[in-house]
Design a binder for this molecule. Structure first.
Ligand SMILES: [Zn+2]
Length: 298
């Protein structure tokens, strides 16, 4: 195994808001800025561009800002399925990032399963660190990745990225959540970040990617597409969870967000008569604002 040497040191903080919505590049109903809602940043998943030739050629020729018509910060998410991870080489990433012109990108994702022999996940972990070193050549802020099949791998990969000057980190969390490993892994990660607080003279930041609910640890940011996916299933967010629209818990509760303006969830249906898609749009935007407030502790 060859461990990459450290090329240079760079300190670029991305400054995540408490909640960074992920969007669906193929479904304009998730492009909430068209509804007059301003948020500082979004995550755009790279894999979604790769599965649709038209979207990809449009986005790469115009750049993501023009393609989406969004003037906030665009953060490129590299979290993707294994088959894409295996396909993309260094030069593919560099070309895509040059053409898409996001404001920041994650280090390429890897796969580290907890149920395969450890040498496989170590190979992937070394690949992650090698990519992190390569990505220092990019002329934009880069977000480190917190991944590993166990806490040793997480600690090692994180330590290496800190030594390279990384300060903003994303932890893909959906699988860990399903395996009930998330809280433990976040604890270890915050330990490592805390131990290194003075190494680069900057405060670290950690964002959990793919989590729709607050975990017990304070001081982390969140990103998910749940606000949109759940709305498509007609689920309404309130006080930390999603409800069926007819649930008596929420049905008669007025919401005073800038979309609902005092209406009850059942009254949001009314907008459906004005225009076929506006009901889901209203619900989507309510969910987005409610999740943003929930992660901000409001
Ligand atoms: Zn509302």
């Amino acid at each position: 195994m060859q461990v990459p040497s450290i090329k240079n040191e760079r300190k670029v903080k991305v400054d995540f808001p408490k909640f960074v919505p992920e969007i669906d590049t193929q479904d304009e109903k998730s492009w909430f800025w068209n509804e007059g809602i301003k948020l500082p940043a979004i995550f755009v998943p790279l894999w979604q561009l790769l599965v649709n030739e038209n979207v990809l050629s449009n986005a790469t020729s115009k750049g993501l800002h023009d393609y989406l018509g969004f003037d906030g910060k665009i953060l490129l998410s590299t979290v993707m399925q294994d088959e894409f991870i295996d396909k993309l080489k260094r030069q593919d990433y560099f070309q895509l990032i040059t053409d898409l012109r996001p404001d920041a990108t994650m280090v390429p994702d890897n796969y580290t399963y907890t149920d395969v022999p450890l040498y496989q996940s170590w190979t992937q972990t070394i690949r992650l660190v090698t990519f992190a070193n390569d990505f220092l050549d990019l002329q934009l802020p880069v977000i480190g990745l917190v991944k590993g099949a166990d806490t040793h791998q997480i600690r090692w990969a994180l330590q290496k990225q800190i030594e390279m000057g990384y300060v903003s980190f994303v932890m893909p969390a959906r699988e860990l959540l399903e395996q009930r490993l998330l809280e433990g892994f976040v604890s270890r990660t915050l330990d490592v970040l805390g131990e290194n607080r003075n190494v680069n003279g900057l405060d670290w930041q950690l964002l959990l990617y793919g989590v729709a609910y607050r975990i017990r640890h304070e001081g982390v940011s969140y990103s998910n597409l749940s606000w949109f996916i759940e709305a498509k299933h007609e689920h309404y967010f309130k006080n930390g969870r999603f409800y069926e629209m007819g649930d008596p818990e929420i049905r008669y509760e007025e919401c005073h967000c800038e979309i609902c303006k005092g209406r009850m969830p059942q009254e949001l249906f009314d907008t459906g008569f004005e225009c076929g898609t506006s009901y889901i749009r209203t619900l989507t935007t309510h969910n987005l604002l409610a999740l943003t407030n929930s992660f901000a502790g409001k």
